[in-house]
Every structure is written in C-alpha cells, then in structure tokens.
Design a protein around this ligand. Structure first.
Ligand SMILES: Cc1cc2nc3c(=O)[nH]c(=O)nc-3n(C[C@H](O)[C@H](O)[C@H](O)COP(=O)(O)O)c2cc1C
Length: 231
C-alpha cells in the first residue's frame, strides 16, 4: 500500500481503529506528516487549540510508567495542548479523535494516553502559558489491535422507545470510540429536538471521553450534537 493515500472512509476508520501500544520502527513518511500537520492546523484553528505532532521523538514514551502501561517503541505522538477553560478537555477529545481517525485512514495506529507516558519530557515541548491535556501515541503498529467489550446501545440511550436510524447509527459509532479504561460513561438523548450527550457517572477523563464520543456520533449520524457539560 502506498503510504499517504486514504484507503478508507471515516466510518471504516471507526471500525478499524483499536488501541495499539507496540509499534514498528518504520518512520512516518513526509507525505503523511504533511497531511497530518495540515489537518492538525485546521483543528487548532477551529477548536482554538495548540495541538502538535512530535515525530521521531521517543522521549515522550520513554519512562517506566509507559513500559508498565505496555507501550513499546513509541516514536511519534500527538500533544494535546492549549489554553484551559471549561470546554478545554472536551475540545481536546473532539479534535484529538478527528486526528486519530485521519491517522487510521492513512494506515497508522494510535493509542490515547492520559497517564502512561513521560509527562515531564512532554511538558518541555508545551508552549509557555498552555496546558497539557494528554498525548496520543502514533505510528505503524506491530498489530492492528483487538476488539474489546462494549456497552450496548440501550445502555447508553436515555430516551426509550423508537430511535430514528440516524440516531442509532450515531450511538453505534460512539460505542466504538476509545474511552479511558473503556469506561464508556456517557448517555445520549434528545434535547429540544436535537441530539445531546452528557457524562453519566464518575471516572477519570470523562470530559475528554465526551469529546471523543461526540466526534464519533457526528460521523455516524451525520448530525451535529450538543454536549451538555455539568459543572
Ligand atoms: C481519554 C483516554 C485516556 C486513556 N489513557 C490511557 C493510558 O494512560 N494508558 C493506556 O494504556 N491506555 C489509555 N487509553 C486507552 C484505553 O484504555 C482504550 O481506548 C480503551 O480500553 C478502549 O479500547 P480501544 O481503544 O481499543 O477501543 C486511554 C483512552 C482514552 C480515551
């Protein structure tokens, strides 16, 4: 396969994506880097963020914690950063996942990491005044990852009864999204005739998860979704 050509649609990328923690040493070609960087710049503009991609930099995952978290040979990673406000974590999740899905389309693999990376080293590359949210490992995986358990549509939908097809497709795409420790602590419903999603329950990184699942829902349903963020 020639690297740098999108071989799948976004829906196919959602199906194909699984967390991958062990990578080959194959460098990411220039052509692929420029596509990822251009898309990241668009995301930063739209989302008012300062996301950057570090290539050929093993320091970000060079720590005991990263090895303990079973990360191997991570040489590239996405740094999610920007000015912190109420919606910062949500926006990092939403735009970070957009980049994850483009990476998947370009033949790469990824894994979100809130804890198991070298925070000290990564903080050194974050611009002064910006906050580091977390990182995403990036590269050509040793494998394509494996499917995992998931909640069912009925478990994450507040409104009972018949769901329109587009709503069901959105929720199905959201159930394939990565969440911290696979917690899937979210619930979808309708608010004033429009789809909405909010966190349900307690857990780590639920706001970032919310952004990630909102991204998947929009791709699956073809509709924009409102995220309800309780304080
Ligand atoms: C916000 C967030 C933080 C995560 N943090 C870590 C982490 O620190 N270490 C790790 O090994 N995996 C981490 N993951 C990966 C999840 O464990 C993984 O996405 C989840 O188990 C679902 O599996 P899947 O991505 O293959 O669908 C994180 C995922 C998300 C979305």
């Amino acid at each position: 396969m020639e690297r740098g050509i999108k071989t799948m649609t976004l829906l196919e990328a959602i199906d194909a994506r699984h967390s991958v923690r062990a990578y080959k040493s194959t460098p990411i070609p220039e052509k692929v880097r420029s596509q990822l960087d251009a898309f990241t710049a668009d995301c930063n503009k739209e989302g008012d963020l300062n996301i950057s991609i570090r290539y050929d930099d093993p320091a970000g995952f060079d720590s005991r914690l990263a090895h303990y978290g079973s990360f191997r040979n991570v040489e590239n990673y996405i740094v999610l950063a920007g000015k912190k406000d109420e919606s910062f974590d949500f926006r990092c999740g939403y735009y970070g996942e957009k980049i994850v899905l483009l990476a998947q389309q370009l033949g790469l693999n990824t894994c979100w990491a809130a804890l198991t990376f070298n925070k000290k080293k990564v903080k050194e590359v974050v611009a002064p005044g910006d906050t580091l949210c977390m990182v995403i490992a990036l590269g050509y995986g040793e494998t394509q990852g494996i499917s995992r358990k998931s909640k069912k549509t009925e478990d994450v939908v507040a409104t009972k009864g018949n769901m329109p097809d587009w709503f069901r497709s959105g929720v199905e795409a959201a159930l394939k999204a990565p969440t911290a420790m696979n917690q899937q602590k979210f619930v979808f419903g309708m608010k004033n005739g429009q789809p909405a999603v909010r966190v349900k329950g307690m857990g780590p990184c639920t706001r970032v998860d919310l952004g990630i699942v909102a991204c998947h829902f929009e791709i699956g349903s073809g509709r924009e979704i409102e995220a309800i963020m309780e304080k």
